[in-house]
Structures are given as C-alpha cells and as structure tokens.
Design a protein around this ligand. Structure first.
Ligand SMILES: [Zn+2]
Ligand SMILES: [Zn+2]
Length: 140
C-alpha cells in the first residue's frame, strides 16, 4: 500500500482514523470516543487523545482549533475553510476558495512573510434557521 505508516498502526489508531475518515462532521475527541467505544469497548478517552495527537503529528489528520470549545479533527487534508453554525456548533467544509489570495493581499500590505492564517466563517445552518423561524413550536 501507499502509506507505510498505516501498516505499523495499532488497531486502536486505525479504528480512530477510520472513524474520522468516515465522517464530514469534524468530530471532537469526545465525539470520537463515543463512536470508537462501540468497536473497542475497552478504549479510554486518554488513549483516544493520545492517538489523535499521533495522527495529527503524522499529518494524517488535521486538528482544528476554533478558539472556543474543544478541538475538532478533520481527515480532509485538502486546503479548505470551515463554516460553523453558532446555534448547534456544526462545522461544514467550504471548498474552492484558494487561500493564496489572502496571503498575497496581506503580504502586499505589510511586507511580512506570510506562513499561514486562520479563518473561520460563522453562520446559522439551514436546520437551525428552520427551528428559529418556527416560532410557534417552542419544544427543543
Ligand atoms: Zn445549526
Ligand atoms: Zn474540514
């Protein structure tokens, strides 16, 4: 196979990686713990955290820090941005926005060498918009 790292992986690490690759929801360590425990009932939250660090350091997943709340994890390694719902905290991908334009603009204004940037979009997702507009129903 392509990646030799995968073959040396422990079962625990592979299950965690599988679960991250299986979802587009950008799960937190807690979310992953809940899911992984169904396949590996004896795994601890600490082990999940440790394996997430190893996978992040190996470049197999990205750790997303939105500044508030728990870090989230993403197996989509292509350049993309994130849009977070301020109501339910769901995070979705925003594709096809070449980041080079931002870096060039900042470089031209400051003469800094730009090594990266953090940009997070926030909004209200369709489900939450629906709930918010449905004022007659106060349940949940
Ligand atoms: Zn929402
Ligand atoms: Zn993403």
């Amino acid at each position: 196979m392509k990646n030799a790292n995968i073959q040396r992986m422990t079962d625990q690490r592979r299950v965690i990686l599988d679960e991250i690759r299986d979802t587009k929801s950008h799960p937190t360590a807690d979310d992953l713990y809940r899911v992984v425990r169904k396949r590996l009932p004896k795994i601890s939250l600490g082990t999940v955290y440790r394996n997430l660090d190893i996978l992040t350091n190996a470049g197999l997943i990205n750790k997303l820090d939105f500044g508030s709340g728990q870090s989230r994890y993403d197996a989509n390694l292509s350049e993309h941005y994130h849009l977070r719902c301020v109501e339910c905290n769901r995070v979705v991908d925003v594709m096809d926005m070449p980041p080079i334009h931002y870096d060039r603009t900042v470089l031209s204004q400051t003469a800094f060498e730009i090594i990266g940037h953090n940009l997070e979009f926030v909004g209200i997702c369709p489900d939450c918009r629906q709930k918010l507009s449905d004022t007659s129903d106060t349940s949940e």
